[in-house]
Design a protein around this ligand. Structure first.
Ligand SMILES: [Zn+2]
Length: 405
């Protein structure tokens, strides 16, 4: 076998595990990392093909911990200010999409994710469809495809049966994409469905504390979501006020190995503590949270920094194209940029959220998205002399190695 040795030299090499060299160099052999350091430390490697990226930062490829690639075809949509109405529109849109349409939308999402430098994605396979799983395998985007299930009130028992027969019908791990399960949210899935999903031993994901309507539903059993369930004719007497925060209600699910909880827009100190103790990964989707409006009723902005400080594994997600402002790509790089511009903070911490933390959440070996010696899922060159410089620009990432297949 021919040995290929490459020496990548850049203004900076940076990963989410604490490695930073400026200028930096990465020595690769057959697309595996041998060393990353300063060019002086690595020295001259006579047989290496040298690849120079002046005015670029080289990082590992990224992990998107929460996407909805099956909504890519809808494109960016304006938000009118009512979450329950918005969700109703998305559900109506989905109901009219054919299997072929879903596959094409996800394949488009896969291509835009690759354009965004994504190595792995945790994708929500919308409402009872295995088509997104097949499309991720076909399109070659590794990660987890979480089959999204719904079932509350009268529909709960039937949903548990359907869920089981669907997961029995498909390979759980093939072409780098694992099957996961995603009970949608505490207002669309009853406790028995959550419990059944948690027992499957598959990677789990769910939406938690995304809106104030959800908090009201869990606490008082009324409000916009109660009305929505009545409109959908699924309401029954099993749905009552539970007088608890969604994080408390879902503790059993959130404690399951590899649970990614999306959003957590509205949490207090007690909930942050619970998330840290349970080892839940939080997929924070900054542009999505901003899209649905600033915090209401005196609630503070998203508490991702408090979560990180408390030891919660916070990763980044894009949510769907519907709430993005980058029609040309789907990338957590743009989530990093959004946070950096809004909050400042350490670029190293943002890169960790966009790589290593996401990998942990998806059950992917984190060393595939850092610069440690060994295999790596991909390398990106990002225009800019420092990571902070990259984050104030809007350039797309360039793949210089990978995607790994
Ligand atoms: Zn979502």
């Amino acid at each position: 076998m021919n040995e290929t040795t490459q020496l990548v030299v850049a203004s900076m090499v940076f990963d989410g595990a604490g490695r930073c060299h400026a200028p930096g160099a990465i020595l690769l052999q057959n697309e595996r990392i041998v060393a990353s350091s300063s060019p002086q430390d690595i020295g001259a490697v006579a047989e290496a093909q040298k690849i120079a990226f002046e005015d670029h930062v080289v990082t590992p490829a990224l992990v998107n911990a929460h996407s909805h690639l099956d909504l890519t075809h809808i494109g960016p949509l304006p938000y009118e200010g009512h979450f329950a109405d918005w969700l109703g529109r998305i559900l109506a849109e989905r109901a009219t999409t054919t299997r072929q349409g879903i596959r094409e939308s996800v394949l488009q999402g896969v291509a835009l994710s690759r354009a965004g430098g994504t190595a792995f994605a945790g994708d929500i396979a919308g409402e009872w469809s295995l088509e997104p799983l097949h499309a991720m395998r076909l399109g070659g985007l590794p990660g987890v495809s979480y089959l999204e299930v719904f079932g509350v009130g009268r529909r709960q028992a039937g949903s548990i049966e359907t869920m089981q027969s669907m997961i029995d019908s498909v390979q759980h791990d093939a072409d780098g994409v694992r099957l996961g399960i995603s009970p949608h949210a505490p207002f669309t899935c009853g406790p028995e469905l959550y419990a059944a999903a948690s027992r499957l031993g598959l990677p789990l994901s769910t939406h938690v504390a995304e809106s104030l309507d959800e908090l009201q539903f869990c606490r008082d059993g009324d409000g916009a979501f109660a009305e929505l369930l009545k409109t959908l004719n699924v309401w029954d007497d099993s749905i009552t006020a539970q007088n608890a925060h969604p994080v408390q209600l879902l503790a059993e699910t959130l404690a399951a190995n590899q649970c990614v909880a999306a959003h957590l827009n509205y949490v207090g100190d007690a909930e942050i503590q619970v998330l840290a103790e349970l080892g839940t990964t939080v997929a924070y989707c900054p542009r999505s949270s901003a899209y649905f409006g600033p915090p209401h009723n005196g609630h503070p902005p998203h508490r991702y920094r408090d979560m990180l400080e408390a030891g919660v594994n916070v990763a980044l997600g894009t949510d769907s194209m519907v709430c993005l402002d980058t029609p040309e790509r789907i990338s957590v790089l743009d989530e990093m940029r959004y946070l950096y511009r809004r909050d400042g903070g350490e670029s190293a911490s943002l890169l960790r959220m966009a790589t290593v933390n996401g990998a942990v959440g998806l059950g992917v070996d984190p060393s595939l998205v850092d610069l440690s010696p060994g295999p790596i899922a991909g390398l990106l060159a990002l225009p800019g002399r420092t990571l902070a410089d990259v984050l104030v620009r809007n350039d797309p990432p360039l793949w210089i190695m990978g995607p790994m297949r």
